[in-house]
Design a protein around this ligand. Sequence first.
Ligand code: 5AD
Ligand code: SF4
Length: 470
Amino acid sequence: MDNILNTKSDIELMEPDRQFHFINLCKKLVLERKAELGRNLTYCVVTFGCQMNAHDSEKLKGILEEIGYEEVEDENADFIIYNTCTVRENANLKLYGHLGHLKNLKAKNPEMIVCLCGCMMQEPQVIENIRKKYRFVDIVFGTHNIYKLAELIFKYKTGGKTIIEVLEKNDAIVEALPQKRKYSFKSGINIMFGCNNFCTYCIVPYVRGREKSRKPEEIIAEAEALARAGVKEIMLLGQNVNSYDGGISFPELLKRVCKVDGIKRIRFMTSHPKDLSDELIEVMASEEKVCKHLHLPVQSGSTAILNKMNRRYTKESYLELVNKIKKAMPDISLTTDIIVGFPGETEEDFEDTLDIVKKVGYDQAYTFIYSKRTGTPAATMENQVPDDVIKERFPKLLKAVNENNHIDRYTGQVKEVLVEEINGQDTSLVSGRTEESLTVHFKGEADLIGQFVNVRLDECKGFYFMGTRV
Ligand code: 5AD
Ligand code: SF4
């Protein structure tokens, strides 16, 4: 294999050219292997966690396709990647469940390469566990070097030994590599990476590192390229987009993205309430392309708990912010994340959470049971809430979310829906989303996919609508 090993000049290539070089080398290896086996080589990417991970997976898929692998849904593939999440403990348990099953599949397919990446791999105890108990894993990398997939595959295929490359930090931002998008008409764009907030329950700052923002020119260039490729809706992604600092502020960036021809809708995720500026509210209200939907995680309605969470706002200041937003955009749809059972949460604190849910009236809330993440300050706090108390509170919260969402205020309205797919359950229907991110199902054919269609929202079914094309 020495003849195709990289020469000194190859190593000196700058990114992303260096990775294109490894993509080409891997292409040759894959072609050769396919010829030897007389069949195609397949891959499967399994994604856990948030939108950032989903977008990272599109990049992994782009590289694998370029190399010559063919996508399958089945985990019994020749190249399987788990892109992991570690935000809550059950995310970790899920991965170990998959790996247990995979060991048998790999024993039957000697061609199979098992690769793990993402947030969970940034935890040293996870790596230790994999080294000890999951020795059939072939390639491991973390959150800071996903762009290096081709290089790591090449190293593995030419060296044959397990490759573990997890970096603690990496200041480089390497984009402009191939991507395979789930939808041809909508796409995420990373605008920043990492988080500096250190909410006391959250592991993200430890596994994703400190904030780094991409340059506005690069973001705009990516948006323009996507628009040329037919993308109509983009989602600007970051753990806390409001602290974007690429030389210009986030609202300024948003205004510039609005100028990109062909892009009709712009979303962003996620916003920390402490950093949400008046300027952002103004830009959201005045720019037609910016969707009138805001995901504004509250986490708790109790000022005492918010303080312990290091959220840096109070119940009152959050409610003031919401009022300001609603005043500027009366039709806005608000969604949130809430944690139940943070250490020290009393009945009174929980009542405050129910109260804030009532006062805001979220269209959707993602509710989580507090999960102890080793290494975070909250994990060693006193007064961890017993399971039976949490089990009592959780359904009460769900009930409050359901009873106080005003989602049926949209019933009877005509909304522009971006059609995403044929409905999984009833193939005479198509499904899409409104600007508010509400899901709507209505009679339609596959040719509507990727189109904006006016739909009357006839009937509210909890968190989605049945509609009719008008
Ligand atoms: N336990 C429960 N939920 C958590 N989240 C983050 N860390 C934890 C944890 N340790 C939730 C927060 C965050 C969302 C992405 O996940 O609500 O907004
Ligand atoms: Fe975690 Fe808080 Fe950062 Fe969000 S803002 S990623 S909850 S530390």
